[in-house]
Design a protein around this ligand. Structure first.
Ligand SMILES: [Zn+2]
Length: 240
């Protein structure tokens, strides 16, 4: 399997991609991203979910009509409403900070200084450039500062940030930053191995490649600790 590998640590260091000057055609299918924060307009959540769903239904109806679809057809007529609900309540619900998982920390001194790895966390996201799925596995690890969080919270953090229009690099960073904040330590690692349907089902139609992105904070930047993490998740380390 072919694998593109992206190291977020080096990517973020002074790599300020000046692509404001590029046209959409020039950017093409290259999945550039502009920063760690999801670009949102001011007041993005001043309107209610119900209002958003009404608006999306209205606009999606127009898209379908423009494509020439007959919205009087029994199979199609409910689609704009279904899409609106799916966008707001499901696949893009992670845009709204109100849906962010609450994370409680536990004192757990017996695990102090040891690595904890939660691997193979399945996630489903969507590419912000094409609005088609990105899906795969996230692997996260941390070295406890004396505090731990419930394991299911790690899955919930991944899920929350996946439920946005995303690029894989940003998803990786947002999960890492959230873990740093939640766990009160810089010693976190995030590795994502994902398939992008915008690459597999259209464009270059490459169905065999996957993309690996990683972030290593604090102690994970030492070879020994990083290798321990990679050993736990059992990826082919030649590609990492
Ligand atoms: Zn895409």
């Amino acid at each position: 399997m072919k694998t593109d590998t992206i190291h977020m640590n080096s990517l973020l260091k002074g790599n300020n991609i000046a692509f404001k000057s590029l046209s959409t055609e020039e950017i093409g299918d290259d999945h550039l991203f502009t920063g760690v924060n999801t670009p949102l307009i001011p007041g993005a959540f001043d309107i209610t979910d119900e209002h958003k769903m009404e608006q999306i239904e209205h606009h999606f109806k127009a898209i379908m009509k423009t494509l020439g679809l007959d919205l009087n057809d029994d199979s199609l007529k409910g689609t704009p409403q279904r899409v609106a609900k799916m966008y707001v309540k499901e696949i893009f619900s992670g845009l709204n900070p109100a849906n962010k998982p609450k994370v409680a920390l536990f004192e757990n001194t017996y695990r102090y200084g040891q690595m904890l790895v939660e691997k193979n966390i399945s996630f489903y996201s969507n590419c912000e450039h094409h609005f088609v799925p990105i899906f795969g596995k996230a692997h996260v690890g941390y070295i406890s500062s004396g505090k731990v969080i419930g394991l299911s919270k790690l899955n919930r953090i991944v899920d929350y940030y996946a439920r946005r229009p995303q690029v894989q690099e940003r998803l990786t960073m947002q999960i890492a930053r959230e873990l740093e904040d939640a766990l009160e330590t810089k010693n976190v690692a995030v590795l994502i191995d994902a398939k992008h349907l915008c690459v597999a089902s259209r464009g270059v139609k490459d169905n065999s490649s996957s993309t690996v992105s990683s972030y290593y904070g604090g102690k994970f930047n030492t070879d020994e600790v990083r290798m321990e993490f990679l050993k736990y998740i059992q990826l082919n380390t030649q590609n990492i």
